[in-house]
Design a protein around this ligand. Structure first.
Ligand code: TMP
Length: 247
């Protein structure tokens, strides 16, 4: 179906959401803009929108094939997907397989420590507050999700991690950690939303042991390592090579 781009509903740091002719659906555009550290650091990378759009579409398809409910419906064009219109739950759900990033900045846990079972961290999605980490009791007090939905969110996140970790392992990539967002679609179903890309996942190349060179995600921008687009292209290349060899 041809989806006509309607008016802009919302513009975020890395995406724009547009109405489309079906009121239960939206068009999501992936932008080239990049931000880090709660938008204190900003830049733009030509081609990032296209790469994240294609990577996200491929990963959402993989999750759907494995029975995970997501907002993804179809790839629309190079930088747009069609998705369910959702009410976003203001939670950032991070799952970590290997310690790095904020976990090592904020605790004495050593870089590279294997986290088994994986560590699940919850943050309140609010830019003005800087996405603060939540305790179970603060989450209860906030009243943004029911206990049943929270149980589902945790179960889905653990399943997504298993599926993606195994998949990326087969592409010679370590899935270090990632962040998911969730929403409720027009029939009240809980779905994985947002994107799944090197903007919100950390990937380390298993073929490279150099702690800087092996980084193939937004940490290249966060840490001023250069080669951001090359890294994202490498992720897409491995995904595409895998799907062409599977057919
Ligand atoms: P962190 O180590 O900075 O807490 O990040 C954990 C994971 O979550 C990492 O894969 C990057 C991702 N992430 C986002 O997608 N958005 C954010 O705002 C932050 C802070 C992290």
């Amino acid at each position: 179906m041809n989806h006509i781009q309607g008016s802009l509903i919302y513009e975020g740091k890395a995406k724009r959401i547009f109405e489309c002719e079906n009121p239960d659906r939206v068009l999501i555009e992936f932008k080239n803009d990049a931000t880090a550290f709660n938008a204190k650091k900003r830049s733009e990378f030509k081609g990032k929108g296209r790469l994240n759009c294609k990577i996200s579409a491929a990963l959402f398809k993989l999750l759907e094939l494995n029975g995970i409910p997501t907002h993804f419906l179809e790839l629309h064009s190079e930088t747009f997907i069609i998705a369910d219109k959702i009410n976003v739950i203001p939670l950032e759900v991070v799952i970590r397989n290997i310690a790095t990033g904020s976990l090592c900045r904020e605790t004495p846990i050593k870089q590279g420590k294997l986290l088994s079972p994986p560590l699940l961290d919850l943050y309140y999605k609010d830019d003005e507050l800087g996405d603060p980490i939540l305790t179970e009791r603060r989450l209860k007090l906030l009243d943004i999700i029911t206990p049943f939905q929270m149980e589902e969110v945790e179960k889905i996140t653990i399943s997504v991690n298993k599926i993606l970790k195994e998949y990326f392992d087969s592409l010679d990539l370590l899935l270090v950690d990632f962040k998911l967002e969730f929403g409720l679609n027009s029939v009240g179903k809980l779905v994985v939303a947002d994107e799944i890309s090197p903007d919100n996942c950390r990937f380390w190349d298993k073929k490279n042991s150099d702690p800087k060179e092996r980084i193939l995600d937004k940490d290249r921008f966060r840490q001023d390592l250069g080669g951001v687009i090359n890294a994202y292209e490498e992720i897409l290349k491995r995904i595409e090579n895998d799907s062409s060899s599977a057919h």
